[in-house]
Design a protein around this ligand. Sequence first.
Ligand code: ZN
Length: 134
Amino acid sequence: MEDLQVRNMSKSASGTVENPGKNVRAKSGLNKSILDQGWFEFRRQLEYKLVWKGGKLILVPPQYTSQKCSCCGCIDRNNRKTQAEFSCQRCGLEMNADHNAAINILAAGHAVKACGEIGVGQLREAGTFRALGA
Ligand SMILES: [Zn+2]
């Protein structure tokens, strides 16, 4: 699973009186959607159940999972044509953007399981479900 910082992602964009935020209405809608869907609680419950059944939740850095081609590894912001469309600028792979990102997240998780730390950023394996509540 991507190690998303839900608290930071759902921060208000309203700013201050001196420095008002931009796109406040759109950001407010996104925040409501993130909070309504309960991303943090879903992750907490998933890890709790996995630990209970003897499994582990592996968290990977979310950087570039949606821009990286799952076929050739090319990372380019132009790979992501729209929210739903992925089109690799190097190898021409075209597929649903969420499906491509899911393949990248799975591959990153397998890399953690096989090798420990690799690649960009720090991969970490969640120890107990309490660690996520901290
Ligand atoms: Zn590619």
